[in-house]
Design a protein around this ligand. Structure first.
Ligand SMILES: C[S@@+](CC[C@H](N)C(=O)[O-])C[C@H]1O[C@@H](n2cnc3c(N)ncnc32)[C@H](O)[C@@H]1O
Length: 235
């Protein structure tokens, strides 16, 4: 996979200076737009609804819709939540279980104070790649990842970075997920989809690709749901 990028394939190799300049211009334009307006106020249905209901973000509805379809979250579970700030998914976990849930949440960014926090709640401000076994104690019923690196607007690059995050989460599964446990993984769909699907089918008895209605129309974000972790599976 790394070789693909080392070769420059899919990043404009062979198209010469013109293609590279176009890519650079796109990166600069995206960065400039973000600098000018880092938190654009969205006015779509789910953003308005989230403001009306005093929720930290519209992503609340994505987990709500995932849970409605797959019935994953229940009282008394231990959940590892990766990419948890600003806390919309944590809020959903609390509300769904009337706070009867233990959540270890991780994000590189700080977590604002939550109106509805789980009864047992640990927040680690940390890069997922730096998690240690001291951070994660015991196995979890489910591992949720809504992690996304800042996108630069180039689909191949954004998707590849999202693939690296998904792979990092899958590497945590053998040590930290309970047998029959589940994962929810955000992924910007791209070239590595088939590879991810194959790997997940080895690890889980059921794998589903799901796009909640609350996902923005233009986004190529999907969620990979793995259920029934096969803890006894050997290489
Ligand atoms: C879409 S937001 C998550 C929204 C959150 N699930 C919610 O509902 O409020 C993606 C988050 O992933 C985090 N993130 C990205 N890369 C990460 C990494 N390597 N380690 C930890 N968090 C990361 C970002 O800081 C960002 O807060």
């Amino acid at each position: 996979m790394r070789k693909k990028f080392a070769d420059g394939k899919g990043q404009g190799k062979g198209k010469g200076k013109h293609a590279k300049a176009k890519v650079a211009a796109k990166i600069f334009a995206t960065a400039k737009k973000k600098r000018a307006n880092p938190n654009p106020r969205s006015n779509d249905f789910y953003s308005k609804q989230a403001r009306k209901e005093n929720l930290p973000a519209r992503s609340y509805y994505k987990l709500e819709q995932i849970d409605k379809r797959f019935s994953l979250i229940a009282k008394q579970q231990r959940i590892l939540e990766l990419g948890a700030s600003p806390g919309a998914w944590t809020t959903f976990l609390s509300k769904k279980t009337q706070k009867w849930i233990a959540v270890t949440a991780v994000d590189i960014r700080p977590m604002p104070k939550l109106r509805t926090a789980p009864n047992k709640f640990i927040f680690l401000q940390k890069d997922v790649f730096l998690l240690t076994k001291e951070d994660l104690k015991g196995r979890y019923h489910g591992i949720l990842s809504d992690m996304a690196a800042d996108t630069i607007g180039i689909k191949e690059t954004d998707s590849y970075r999202s693939y690296l995050l998904v792979m990092e989460v899958l590497s945590l599964v053998p040590n930290w997920l309970r047998p029959q446990g589940f994962v929810v993984l955000k992924y910007f769909e791209g070239a590595e989809m088939a590879e991810l699907s194959k790997l997940m089918h080895k690890m889980f008895s059921k794998v589903t690709r799901f796009r909640p209605q609350a996902t923005r129309g233009a986004s190529y974000e999907i969620y990979l749901i793995g259920q029934g972790f096969r803890a006894d599976l050997k290489e």
